[in-house]
Structures are given as structure tokens and as C-alpha cells.
Design a protein around this ligand. Structure first.
Ligand SMILES: C[S@@+](CC[C@H](N)C(=O)[O-])C[C@H]1O[C@@H](n2cnc3c(N)ncnc32)[C@H](O)[C@@H]1O
Length: 247
């Protein structure tokens, strides 16, 4: 199997945590939208140095990071048993806190090796976690592999076609009866100053995020999938939502 230089670096820097490249034949291409729109936040080598600060991610979420993180973790359970999948790395301590609750095994996927390397150094060396370079649109695991999956502020960064494919993969790899927990942006209530203050900034920096102001996450689930249950809650004047889909 050909392994890219980046992934060799990941493998050699992770003695205690299993890391796997995505596919036979090499690592995965960076999706175009990440390179075009989010190079400054995730792709550029300095991005991690700038953004990997708990106070900064908290500021970006208007002081709501802990609240949203804990809402996601509570929706997954305490303890979180079985196999858990986190789709995409997150700056801050989300994964470390998730690991504290996981009584089974955790897999974390991300398409960028630099993000996986950054996550590794934030986790205990003996943690029951596997970091995998995967594109969320082609996870590669068998159907029904996981008991639950978490997507934390991923969907608003993806163009609609990618978002649909990501959700289809999440539905596919979570077993019937398992849960998909999603936390992301949402349209603020009309009275909220965020509806007119934050909209223009978000539109400029995160062009796909407005989709989540317009449409329900459920509207991007596969047409041939009928969830056993969907629970949606909003907070902070409606700016954020937590959606739990039971497969
Ligand atoms: C979860 S999102 C945003 C989270 C949040 N803004 C934070 O504090 O980090 C960011 C991550 O998603 C990853 N990502 C974006 N598109 C992806 C895809 N198609 N497949 C896998 N990971 C992806 C990026 O590489 C990045 O590490």
C-alpha cells in the first residue's frame, strides 16, 4: 500500500493509537470546498497553531462551546457504550471529553492529516481511539458498524451535495436503532440581534452555512430513509441546533 508522506508522519507520531490511511493506494484528496473556502481554518499549516485554542473556539461560538459540546455528549449518553464514530475533528476539547464518556471504542475520521495529527496530541496516549483519514462522503466502513455517530459543526461547512452524501454515509454506518447526533448553526429567532448582525459575517466567511438557516437538516437525509425518530432542539436565540436522528 502506498502511504503519503503526511500519513507516514501521522503513523510514526502515534505509537499508541491506531491510525489508518483511507484506501488502498494512498491518502485522500482534499475536497475542493475545503481548499477554496476553509484553507485558512483547517488546511494551512498555521491554521492549527492559530485556532487550536479553547478560548478562541468558544469566542467563535459566542461563548457557547461548552454548552454545545455538553449537549452533544449528553445526547450520546453517559456512559457512551458500543462503537462511536466522530465525523471530523474539532478544535478544543470535544474529543477528549467524548473519550471520558466512551466505555467502548471511538473512531474519529477527518479528511486532513494535519487535523488528525493535531487531535492525536490532545488525547491520552493509551486512549481507546482510532484516528482515520477518511472523507465523510465515503467512510469505507461496513453498514451498521457503529452504535452512534457525532457531527459537530461539520454540515454547515459543506456544499449541499457533500452534506447529503455525508448524511447518507452516517445513516449507512450507524446500525438500526443507533443515533446520529448533530450540532450546528440554525436560523436565529426574528427578535435575535444575531439574525441581522451575524448573518452577513457568516454569509461571507462560511458560504454554505446559510443553508442551515433556510432548511431543516432532516431535509438532506436520504430520500429512501425513514428515521425511527428525530428530535430537534435550538438554543441561544435559535442560532444553534441539536438534531438527534434515531436510525
Ligand atoms: C468539524 S468541522 C468544524 C468544527 C469546529 N468549527 C471546530 O471548532 O473545529 C472541521 C473539520 O471538518 C473536517 N472536514 C471538512 N470536510 C470534511 C470531509 N468531507 N470529510 C472529513 N472531514 C472533513 C475538516 O478537515 C476539519 O478538521
Amino acid at each position: 500500500m502506498a502511504v503519503s508522506r503526511d500519513m507516514r508522519a501521522v503513523v510514526s507520531s502515534l505509537p499508541s493509537v491506531a491510525v489508518a490511511v483511507a484506501a488502498e493506494g494512498g491518502s485522500i484528496a482534499i475536497p475542493k470546498y475545503l481548499d477554496d473556502v476553509y484553507w485558512w481554518a483547517y488546511v494551512h499549516p498555521n491554521a492549527v497553531r492559530v485556532f487550536e485554542r479553547q478560548w478562541l473556539v468558544n469566542l467563535i461560538l459566542w461563548g457557547n462551546f461548552s454548552r454545545l459540546r455538553d449537549a452533544a455528549l449528553d445526547a450520546l449518553g453517559e456512559p457512551i457504550s458500543g462503537r462511536t464514530l466522530q465525523i471530523a475533528c474539532v478544535y478544543g476539547d470535544l474529543t477528549a471529553r467524548l473519550l471520558e464518556r466512551v466505555s467502548g471504542h471511538l473512531d474519529v475520521v477527518d479528511v486532513l492529516p494535519v487535523q488528525l495529527r493535531n487531535l492525536r496530541v490532545k488525547l491520552p496516549a493509551d486512549a481507546a481511539v482510532t484516528l482515520l483519514q477518511r472523507n465523510s462522503v465515503a467512510l469505507g466502513m461496513p453498514d451498521g458498524t457503529y452504535d452512534q455517530a457525532l457531527l459537530f459543526f461539520l454540515l454547515h461547512e459543506q456544499p449541499e451535495s457533500v452534506r447529503r452524501a455525508t448524511l447518507a454515509e452516517a445513516v449507512r454506518v450507524v446500525r438500526p436503532g443507533g443515533r446520529i447526533v448533530m450540532v450546528d448553526y440554525h436560523r436565529p429567532n426574528a427578535w435575535s440581534p444575531f439574525s441581522w448582525l451575524f448573518g452577513p459575517l457568516l454569509r461571507r466567511l462560511e458560504p454554505f452555512a446559510m443553508d442551515l438557516w433556510r432548511d431543516e437538516i432532516a431535509s438532506w437525509l436520504p430520500a429512501d430513509f425513514t428515521p425511527s425518530a428525530i428530535d430537534k432542539q435550538t438554543c441561544f436565540g435559535g442560532l444553534y441546533q441539536k438534531v438527534v436522528v434515531t436510525v
